[in-house]
Design a binder for this molecule. Structure first.
Ligand code: C2G
Length: 135
C-alpha cells in the first residue's frame, strides 16, 4: 500500500471476528485498499459479554488470527462502545469502516473522519459456523 493522493491514509474498523471467515476477510481487504495502514479493533471477551455475543475463540486467538493477515497493520483491543473517538484521534484515523449491518450507527464519527459502510458478504456468519460446530 503506497502513499495515495499525496497523503498517508489510516483506516480503522472493529469487530469480534469469531471463527474468522471470508466475510471478515472481504471487509478487511476492502478496508485495507482504502488507505495505507489498517488498524482493527478486536472486541475483548469482556466486551463481547456486554455486546451479548458468545464466542468460540477467546480474544487472544481472535487477535492472533487478525494480526496474521497481510491486510492488517495493527490490532487494538475493543473493550467498550465509547472508545472510537479516542482511537480515531490517537491513531490519526482518516477513514472508519464497518459492514452495512451497522449502516448509520456511527455517523456521529463523521465529525472526525470519513465513515464508510461496506455491504456485508452474504451466506456466511460466525453464528452459522457456530451452529455447524454445535451439530
Ligand atoms: N461482516 C461482513 N460480512 C459478514 C459478516 C461480518 O461484512 N458475512 C462484517 C461486519 O459487518 C463487521 C465485521 O465484519 O463490520 C466484523 O463482524 P463481527 O465480528 O460480527 O463484528 P460485530 O459484532 O458487528 O462488532 O463496535 C463495533 C463492533 O465491535 C462490531
Amino acid at each position: 500500500m503506497g502513499i495515495k493522493d499525496g497523503k498517508f491514509k489510516t483506516v480503522l474498523t472493529y469487530g469480534t471476528f469469531d471463527l474468522l471467515h471470508y466475510g471478515h476477510l472481504e471487509i478487511l481487504r476492502r478496508a485495507s485498499l482504502l488507505g495505507d495502514k489498517l488498524i482493527v479493533g478486536v472486541s475483548t471477551d469482556k466486551f463481547n459479554e456486554i455486546k451479548g455475543k458468545t464466542c468460540v475463540l477467546p480474544y487472544q486467538k481472535r487477535k492472533e488470527l487478525i494480526e496474521s493477515l497481510d491486510y492488517v497493520d495493527k490490532v487494538i483491543p475493543e473493550d467498550n462502545w465509547d472508545q472510537k473517538v479516542t482511537d480515531i484521534q490517537d491513531n490519526d484515523i482518516d477513514i472508519f469502516v464497518m459492514g452495512d449491518d451497522w449502516k448509520g450507527k456511527f455517523n456521529e464519527l463523521k465529525v472526525f473522519c470519513e465513515v464508510i459502510y461496506f455491504p456485508r458478504t452474504n451466506g456466511i456468519s460466525s453464528t452459522k459456523l457456530r451452529s455447524i460446530l454445535d451439530d
